[in-house]
Structures are given as C-alpha cells and as structure tokens.
Write a protein that binds this ligand. Structure first.
Ligand code: SAH
Length: 465
C-alpha cells in the first residue's frame, strides 16, 4: 500500500488554501462541508470565493503567498498554477511537518484527496495513489450507481439505534443478523419509499419482537425499450440484487446479461396457444410462490410497467396477498422511439398534446373516440398497431384527419436493428407491407413525424419517395 487511507476530522480546524481559481474553489467547498475553518490566500478569487468571503464563511489573505501563512494551521492545499510556487509551499510545509496537498501533483503532495461517493454519514473514498485519477473516477461512477441515495439515511438510522441494537442483541452473531436484516429488509425499503417514520417503527418492532417472518418482495421494474443504456439506476440495482427475474418477451438478452450471475431467470411471456388470462395467472402464481419463499422477485417488463403493461393488475394481486412491492418506472416505447427517431412528441407549432393509444382493442372494446383521435395538432402514439394499419388509417381519415398527415413507424426502436419508415397516412399500410414492417413497432402519427428526416440520428430509415 503506497498511501495510508485516513479520514480526517477537520471540524473547527484551520486549513489554508493557496490559490483563488476554480480548482481552489472546489477544494474550499469540500473543506467547508467538513466544517473546516478555511483561509484562502491569493491576490484574485472566483465569484463564489468572494461570495463565501462576504458571507463570512471563509477568511481571505489578499496577497501572493507568504511563509507566515503556514503558522497555526493543520493542513495546506496548494492550488496555484505556478509549479515553482507550489514547490516552495510544499518545501516550507514539509519543513514544518504540515500535511500538504498540491492539486494534481502527487510528487509534491504529502496527502491526497480521494474521489468520494457521498452517502453521509457513509463515505466511500477511492484513491489510485495519484497514478491514475481517471481510473479512480471510473470506479467512483460505478460505485455511485450501485447504492441508492437513501443509504445515507439508513446509515444515520443505524447509528442512532446502535446502543439500542447492542442492548437488544448482546451476542455478536444475532447482532450481525440484525444488521443484515436492517440493510436488506423492510426498513431499507421504507426509506426508499420515503416513509422514514414507518422505517423507524419497523426497526423498533423488530428490536422488541425478534424474528419477523421472512417475507420476500416483488420489484416491478420497467426495462425500457431495448437499449440497456436506457435502464434506470434503480432498475440496474434491482437486477444486481434479484434472486429471481420474471421477464417478458419484449425484454431481451443484453438487459438480462446485466443481472446478477446466479439470479434465476424465468421467461413468462405468452406461451403459444395460451390465452392472456392464463399467462397472467401463471405470472401471479410464480410471484406468490417465490416471494412467499422469501425471495427478491424482479418482475421485469418491456418499457414501463404502467403503460400497456398490466402492471396495475399485478400490483392489485400482490396487495391482496400482502406481498410487499416497489415500482421502478421504465422508459416507455413512445418516448424512446420518438427520441431515437428524432421526432419531438410535442412541438410549439405542430402538437400541443400526445396520446398513448393501444391499437390492440379492436376485438375487445372498439376505439370509440375516433373524432377526437382524428383531431389535428396532436401526436398519436399507437402501441401494438402493426397488424391494424389499414383499419387505423381508414378510421382516422374517415373522421377528418388529412390523408397527408405524416406518420413514422419505428420498428425495434433503440435496438441495433431499428428501422424507421416515414410517409403519409394515406400510404401507411401499403408502405409497411412493402417494407415488411414487423412487431415490435410503434406508430407515430402527426405533423411532428415530418421532422424525423431532418432530425434523425440513429439506425436506418426508409423514406417513402
Ligand atoms: N409496457 C410497454 C408496452 C407494452 S405493449 C412500454 O411501456 O413500452 C407492446 C408494444 O409496445 C409493442 O407492440 C410496440 O408497439 C411497443 N414497443 C415496445 N417496445 C418497442 C420497441 N423497442 N420498438 C418499437 N415498439 C415497441
């Protein structure tokens, strides 16, 4: 180990920062956050530093560096752009056994400032001993994405109850188990759900009456439209923690590859010949079984679970069976396909509203509001529409939408095989047949679709004429 890791308590201690530029400003900011008494020495200073000075948050020495500045301080940070000066400050500091950090200069520094992940009171510090700051930053980004921001509140709660926990669980082993339960179980979940009082009640109840029965949990997670980069951080965390993943047909390989290696993956898409209700009943049964065994179940759906995803039905079932759940939204196909096709869904000149419509309900409940769907100045996003294109175009035109209204069909949106077909409503069905457009495809109808040829940036596009 080249450097000894150290968390210093600078609260109420004097620290000198030499330099008044943006780099000095960043260092001052984190020193102030740690409660240090900061003096900035420099002839000039940034606006923020000047402001902190007027607010009385820092002191200022308005001069070029003077050796006397090193008296009565605990630490020095040299952040000037003059290497000769930095070296002189370092030499003087070393002679006085003061720890010094020369920004971006490990050779002149006797201490370095790590990259940090801040979940106060929990702080994770990363250092490459100055050899590869870029690598340290990368590691920081990775770790940053792993932990929820409520981890800090959990750490603070654990700290507050530490004496009580020690008292209620004097032996080491049960105490460890208790902390595991605290970090993985319903208390952490309640904090993520922004219900701090409930979190505390759960903690107290468990302390008083140990051995809460193991209950699993279901996370209903939207996986987005296909590009794994469009997963949310929360979705990624869920995939990292899952015991079992129940995934739909629309969720494919690259996303499942991000899951914890030993998580069990079960496809729960419709089996040929099975009807929707049977599929749904099978999914419900699986969730109930697995959560009942104490597993963390991730129910992974394409796009967003609450947009044509039957997410509501699944939650109602879980609620009925008292299985705890959380919901992680995903990027729904309409948003993703529009973005990846260069089609703004609303536009000051062309569309004041967007409607998400399922085209699947022809047999069930006929779409009855054709007159309102056919109105101008709105964008229609049809899901599950490829097999209904003739009928959709006919109805819209029959109810007053112009046959020249632009449309775009985005096939396999956000995936490597994305294709976008453009044209006019009156030619839509013919063009789609001609180019063999298949599901999953999202259909966008409205003036905004005409912007695609100009704004497109991803995948292949097919322009009619
Ligand atoms: N819950 C999903 C929608 C499920 S319905 C969501 O929020 O996106 C299935 C329909 O979504 C498909 O028939 C298609 O119209 C659309 N869809 C889903 N993923 C798509 C993709 N990658 N490209 C184009 N359309 C997609």
């Amino acid at each position: 180990m080249k450097l000894f890791p150290l968390f210093a308590d600078l609260n109420g201690r004097h620290v000198l920062v030499v330099g008044g530029g943006p780099v000095a400003e960043r260092k001052v900011k984190s020193l102030l956050a740690a409660g240090a008494l900061v003096t900035v020495g420099a002839p000039d200073a940034t606006d923020a530093l000047e402001q902190w000075l007027t607010q009385g948050r820092i002191k200022r020495l308005r001069d070029v560096f003077q050796p006397e500045w090193l008296a009565d301080i605990w630490l020095v940070v040299a952040a000037t752009d003059d290497r000769g000066l930095n070296r002189r400050i370092a030499e003087l500091a070393n002679a006085q056994r003061l720890f010094i950090n020369v920004v971006d200069d490990p050779e002149l520094s006797s201490f370095q400032v790590p990259s940090i992940v801040d979940r106060s009171p929990l702080t994770i510090a990363i250092s490459s001993a100055g050899s590869a700051p870029v690598l340290a930053r990368r590691v920081r980004e990775r770790i940053e994405s792993l932990f929820d921001h409520t981890l800090g509140s959990l750490a603070a709660l654990a700290a507050r109850y530490r004496p009580a926990i020690r008292q209620a669980r004097p032996a080491l082993r049960p105490r460890r188990d208790f902390y595991d339960w605290l970090l993985d179980g319903p208390v952490a979940a309640a904090l993520r759900q922004q219900q701090p009082e409930r979190a505390e009640q759960l903690l107290q109840a468990e302390l008083e009456h140990p051995q809460a029965p193991v209950t699993g949990k279901v996370l209903l997670v939207g996986a987005g439209p296909g590009d794994p980069g469009l997963l949310t951080l929360k979705a990624l965390r869920a995939l990292n923690e899952a015991d079992v993943i129940l995934y739909d047909r629309l969720v494919d390989g690259p996303i499942l590859e991000l899951a914890r290696r030993d998580a069990e993956q079960i496809p729960v898409g419709k089996i040929p010949g099975e009807d929707h209700n049977a599929t749904q009943a099978r999914i419900h049964r699986l969730m109930l079984d697995r959560a009942g065994q104490g597993q963390l179940v991730v129910r992974l759906k394409g796009g967003d679970a609450f947009v044509f995803g039957r997410g509501g039905e699944e939650l109602a079932f879980l609620r009925k069976h008292r299985i705890p759940y959380e919901v992680v939204p995903g990027i729904t196909a309409a948003l993703a396909c529009a973005a990846y096709a260069g089609i703004p869904l609303t536009h000051r000149d062309h569309a004041q509203s967007v409607r998400l419509v399922t085209a699947h309900c022809r047999q069930d409940t006929m779409l009855e509001d054709w007159p309102s769907l056919a109105q101008a100045k709105q964008t229609l996003a049809f899901y599950m529409g490829v097999s209904q294109l003739d009928w959709l175009a006919e109805q819209l035109i029959a109810h007053g939408r112009s046959g020249q209204t632009p449309f775009a069909i985005v096939e396999n949106g956000t995936r490597s095989n994305q294709r976008v077909l453009h044209g006019q409503l009156q030619d839509m069905a013919r063009l789609a047949r001609q180019h063999a457009i298949k599901a999953p495809s999202l259909l966008l109808i409205g003036e905004v679709a005409a912007l695609a040829p100009e704004l497109e940036w991803f995948g292949a596009s097919i322009h009619a004429d």
